[in-house]
Design a protein around this ligand. Structure first.
Ligand SMILES: Cc1ncc(COP(=O)(O)O)c(C=O)c1O
Length: 402
């Protein structure tokens, strides 16, 4: 049996990878499963995107390799949208990088910027691509726990100076998955300033930029003065247009940074199918008709989720953005234990905070990926289990004390 590399042998398991198989088994056993796990909504993509893909499938030139350049109208549509949405102008050919979903770009970027002896600052809980890219590059992750104490922000001024001096990359994601936190502008200004001073690449994951509620409009990092010198921003069609499986996103940065990512990718992929990129153009161009009404659907679900989980004994803050509720569990109830029991005993899939790294312990996440009625039913089942687990915990404490 060929041996694994030392790097691979030390690699952590990808969290929560067992859930799809358990979901399938439960459904086959006849359980009425309510899946509020992955951020993968049951909603349709824009009809224009589906039609564009259908048309593209008939075009022979679209069947060929897209290479790094990809489908040029996609680059142009992205650049035009960045200008319309954030007032930021970018050169479509040198400052936009088409991606096969933003995840691969987030992970691949590390190959260009960190190696042995370098530090990447990784928030925790967080999307696991940041940690993956850092570890695959043999760099050292510096884990910063996102807790209510800092409003789930990475307080860069708390990071020891000797760590900052070895840091080459800082990953930030606001609006945040899984905590739903948002970043105030003065916070982003401070981060950009420190990245300048320390020569750190700021990797700004903006996958939820179009999911702000109640008048909150998430910014681009490039709206912050000086960000162009130090930042790269990632965008995705996955959440904005309900296109998770299509694998379509982009990165945007000044040419020196963008071309570094393109160079890494030229060794690992040969571009997204151009038909998908043509569909991406149609999606982006449908923003005005599609996104506000899609967001209304998520808002209705958010409101139902907050009401129902509160009514069933959970402390749920109303999130200003994203498709998630990040709720604390009572002391002494481990998040993985709660999520496992909820799935196996009540057929409700939620994600345990510990699945996003140890810093997420004490919380669990639900996604607004089903109807308000189903979310309400899930909250009822979750509340019933919570009562059982709290009673069991209290009894165990009583037994120990007695
Ligand atoms: C914070 C964050 N970044 C990036 C992604 C990846 O999106 P994509 O589907 O574009 O790879 C996700 C998906 O869940 C996410 O939550």
């Amino acid at each position: 049996m060929p041996r694994f590399s030392a790097r691979f042998s030390g690699f952590p398991a990808y969290p929560l990878a067992h859930i799809p198989a358990r979901k399938k088994a439960l459904i086959e056993a006849g359980v009425d499963v309510i899946d509020l796990g992955a951020g993968d909504a049951d909603l349709a993509p824009p009809a224009a995107a589906v039609a564009a893909l259908q048309r593209a499938a008939e075009v022979p030139a679209m069947q060929r390799y897209g290479f790094g350049m990809g489908y040029v109208p996609y680059r142009e549509a992205v650049a035009a949208w960045m200008e319309r949405r954030f007032g930021q102008s970018f050169n479509p050919m040198t400052e936009i990088v088409p991606l096969l979903g933003s995840k691969e770009g987030l992970a691949h970027l590390a190959f260009a910027y960190v190696g042995p002896g370098d530090v990447g600052i990784i928030p925790e809980p967080a999307y696991q691509a940041y940690l993956g890219g850092t570890l695959l590059s043999d760099a050292q992750p510096y884990i910063y726990a996102l807790r209510p104490r800092t409003n789930f922000l990475v307080d860069i001024d708390e990071i020891p100076s000797d760590v900052l001096s070895r840091t080459r990359m800082l990953y930030l994601n606001y609006p945040n998955n899984p905590t739903a936190a948002i970043a105030p502008r003065d916070y982003l200004e401070r981060v950009v300033q420190v990245c300048h001073e320390r020569d750190i690449l700021l990797v700004y994951d903006n996958a939820y930029s179009e999911m702000g509620f109640d008048g909150y409009v998430p910014p681009s990092i490039f709206e912050i003065d000086g960000a162009r010198e130090v930042a790269i921003e990632f965008h995705s069609l996955s959440k904005t247009y309900n296109m998770t499986g299509w694998r379509c996103g982009w990165a945007v940065a000044k040419p020196e940074i963008a071309s570094a990512l393109t160079k890494v990718k030229s060794f690992t992929d040969t571009g997204q199918y151009m038909g998908i990129q043509a569909a991406g153009v149609a999606a982006i161009e449908s923003w005005a008709e599609f996104v506000p009404q899609n967001l209304e659907t998520f808002k209705t679900r958010r409101d139902a989720a907050v009401t129902a989980f509160r009514a069933n004994g959970f402390a749920a803050d109303t999130p200003m953005a994203t498709m998630y509720l990040w709720m604390p569990l009572p002391e002494g109830i481990a998040s993985a234990h709660f999520a496992d029991r909820l799935r196996e005993e009540s057929g409700v899939i939620v994600l345990p905070g510990s699945g996003f790294g140890a810093g997420g312990e004490g919380f669990f996440r639900i996604s607004f990926i089903q109807s308000p009625e189903r979310i309400t039913e899930a909250a009822r089942r979750a509340g019933a289990l919570l009562n059982v687990m709290v009673a069991e915990r209290d009894q165990a404490i009583g037994t120990r004390a007695g």
